[in-house]
Design a protein around this ligand. Structure first.
Ligand code: NI
Length: 254
């Protein structure tokens, strides 16, 4: 079994969504929301497909959607056993015009909400790794379950997160030709701290880079990790599946 721990399955990207999901028949997907529209879609997908779980939250690039009404809605959905975490949440300093303090406040509020409901958090961090780490450490992330989605920073930083018990989501980027730093991270960090993800429809792994991504391509991420760690692909799938089940408290009896 394979578990794609982070993907986006919006109808606008997948007119053929039924088939995309069917290809993951014996496998599990954790679909991530980022704004309210995608959060609503996550709830619908969880209802419809036994092998789909979800996380919901407000992404740092969508902070204008953060208001009392929306956050109350999110809080209410946390009673749904198929909503297995809050995400993606975090910090994104990549594009001009962002409000650092606002992003931090909204990030912290959603961490606090996850703690209240004992839910894992799924973190998006872009050009903001030090602030992300400082906030997680300050808010005692070692006492909760946390995933750094699409990890792509240094090995040194990776160890800092792993020491806090954080798992690293590894996606298609690891298959790219110039991914030397991430290859080093995957080689050095024990597999017990790694999770597989696609971030579909983005970041398609080789040999399909440049086309639309889909959860089944997790297969190629697992293959690359096996190559880097010099273990079998079966072992990678077995270990990362175990990690994902325990990280998100999934029902493995599909
Ligand atoms: Ni994502």
């Amino acid at each position: 079994m394979m578990i794609d721990t982070h993907c986006h399955l919006s109808k606008k990207d997948y007119p053929d969504l039924e088939n995309v999901i069917k290809r993951m028949d014996k496998n599990i997907m954790i679909v991530s929301g980022a704004d309210m529209q995608s959060n609503y879609e996550v709830i619908e997908l969880c209802k419809k497909y036994p092998n789909i779980y979800g996380t919901i939250g407000i992404h740092p690039s969508e902070v204008d959607e953060y208001n009392k009404e929306n956050i109350e809605w999110i809080e209410k959905q946390l009673e749904n056993p198929k909503i297995v975490g809050i995400g993606e949440i975090g910090l994104d300093y990549h594009y001009e015009g962002f409000d650092k303090e606002l992003q931090k406040n909204i990030f912290i509020e959603q961490i606090t909400l996850a703690q209240k409901y004992h839910k894992p958090i799924v973190i998006h961090s872009r050009d903001a790794i030090q602030d992300t780490y400082d906030i997680l450490k300050e808010h005692h992330v070692e006492e909760m379950k946390c995933v750094m989605h699409c990890y792509s920073s240094s090995l040194e930083m990776a160890w800092n997160f792993v020491k806090l018990g954080v798992k690293l989501g590894i996606g298609g980027v690891v298959t790219f030709k110039n991914a030397h730093r991430l290859v080093e991270v995957v080689r050095e960090i024990p597999i017990s701290s790694l999770l597989l993800e696609t971030d579909s429809p983005y970041l398609t792994p080789e040999p399909y880079r440049g086309t639309r991504n889909e959860p089944y391509n997790i297969y190629y991420v697992a293959q690359k990790i096996a190559e880097i760690k010099n273990i079998s692909q079966e072992k990678v799938l077995e270990e990362t599946t175990k990690n994902a089940i325990s990280q998100f408290d999934l029902d493995s009896e599909l």
